[in-house]
Design a protein around this ligand. Sequence first.
Ligand SMILES: [Zn+2]
Ligand SMILES: [Zn+2]
Length: 164
Amino acid sequence: MFERFGRKGNMKINVKRIPEDGEVLVGADPASIMELEEPDTRFEHEVKYDLLAQLQGTAVLVTGRISTPATLRCSRCLRVFDLPVRVEEFVYHQELQGEDFVDLTANMREDIILELPQRALCTADCKGLCPHCGKDLNKGPCRCQHSEGDLRWHALDNLNLKLK
Ligand SMILES: [Zn+2]
Ligand SMILES: [Zn+2]
């Protein structure tokens, strides 16, 4: 379920104030602009931006970079971890019809969410939890010794084959 915040901190640009050679916008918006609060995907850190806004005829063009850590739950070991998310080529282009402000918030949010991994993994080689005892195998082996058990069963299988 999504929880809506909709408070201040939207990324609005006053297009009437953009100088001819463009305006550099560097700063950070609060995590609440992400408007995403799911158990396994949250944003708890500010959204940093480094943008250049330019007027192009009757349109405004904003390009640059955005970044924020996403707080995710590892799909293997269930640990909650922060993953840095970077949008290296943010582009916003909007024809102007006399408005004073354009609001980039929805575009920034969408681009960040597109950068999220399909399956969250705390590390690429996360060992996950033991399916038998639930121990986090990243912290060391458990006492189930399932791999040894598996080997024993293989030996039995081979034996059966020989007896036939
Ligand atoms: Zn993990
Ligand atoms: Zn185990």
